[in-house]
Write a protein that binds this ligand. Structure first.
Ligand code: NAP
Ligand code: GCO
Length: 266
């Protein structure tokens, strides 16, 4: 029998930030399927409630909290509450994120800072809040949701690319600084995934045709489709489990092959 390491998450507490819906929800569902207890947050109470209903409908008893991940005091209170009410966080998925698609020369500095705040500063804040307990426990898994924009740029996403590029290096630095405590920190780099965040890029044109960007992504992806949030569940279970105990500081791209492909001849 091959000595395959354990993919089970039984007995583990997993915190997924911004997981009322979208990629965070799909990852939480997969981690729950592997046995983890799910904790999630959202900024708005009504979305936490909506998320709790969705988890319940999927047979998952999740714990939902209202917390703005950019607010360090609120995050520290949130983590203390989770540790008291649910248990120590064994697995952190820094998923919460925003994007603003604005040409850089038209973007206000305040808009740039807002994206950096949610997509880069917040993963630092939340990781910093859970690492001390992980150090005491002698184990921990941190998964940062990066992006193809951790590697590439494109028009209108300067702030997002800067944040996700920084998040790739924050991932590698946490791996370097805390690997000695048996804490593994890796990233997942989704390709183009069909969620509310990318809905504007897939909107049907007035004549009913595909959005040009939609056609572009389809032509650039060997899989010939956008990713689904559920496509990220398996990779997340792997990086959250003992099966990846010797994987550290890596970004696992789940992109349907888009980064390997020159693109279909028009
Ligand atoms: P989404 O549908 O826009 O969901 C983002 C989630 O983050 C929402 O639940 C949102 O809550 C929450 N959030 C935003 N700001 C927050 C804050 N300050 N505090 C707490 N929660 C906050 O996005 P998604 O497509 O699922 O993406 C999730 C992650 O994957 C993001 O980091 C994104 O950058 C990354 N990603 C997405 C794609 C893609 O193609 N979709 C590809 C690569 C990477 P509210 O609804 O209350 O704002
Ligand atoms: C965009 C998209 C992308 C995806 C994702 C790709 O406007 O280019 O939103 O940024 O969200 O990050 O990996």
């Amino acid at each position: 029998m091959a000595n395959t390491k354990n993919f089970s998450l039984e007995g583990k507490v997993a915190l997924i930030t911004g997981a009322s819906y979208g990629i965070g929800y799909a990852i939480a569902k997969a981690l729950a399927g592997a046995g983890a207890t799910i904790v999630f947050n959202d900024i708005k109470e009504e979305l936490v409630q909506k998320g709790l209903e969705a988890y319940k409908a999927d047979g998952i008893k999740a714990h939902g909290y209202v917390c703005d991940v950019t607010n360090e005091d609120a995050v520290n209170e949130f983590i203390a509450k989770v540790e008291k009410e649910v248990g120590n966080v064994d697995i952190l998925v820094n998923n919460a994120g925003i994007i603003k698609r604005i040409p850089m020369h038209e973007m206000k500095a305040s808009e740039f800072r807002q994206v950096i705040d949610v997509d880069l500063n917040a993963p630092f804040i939340v990781a910093k809040a859970v690492i001390p307990t992980m150090m005491k426990m002698g184990h921990g898994k941190i998964i940062n949701i990066c992006s193809m924009m951790s590697e590439f740029g494109r028009e209108t996403v300067s702030a997002y690319a800067a944040a996700k590029g920084g998040l790739k290096m924050l991932t590698r630095n946490i791996a370097s600084e805390y690997g000695a405590y048996n804490i593994q920190c890796n990233g997942i780099g989704p390709g183009y995934i069909a969620t509310p965040q990318t809905a504007p890029l897939r909107e049907k044109q007035p004549d009913g045709s595909r959005h040009p960007f939609d056609s572009f992504i389809i032509s650039k992806t060997p899989a010939g489709r956008w990713g689904e949030a559920d496509d990220l569940g398996g990779p997340a279970v792997f990086l959250a489990s003992e099966a990846s105990d010797f994987v550290n500081g890596q970004i696992l791209y789940v992109d349907g092959g888009i980064q390997a492909y020159i693109g279909k001849q028009p």
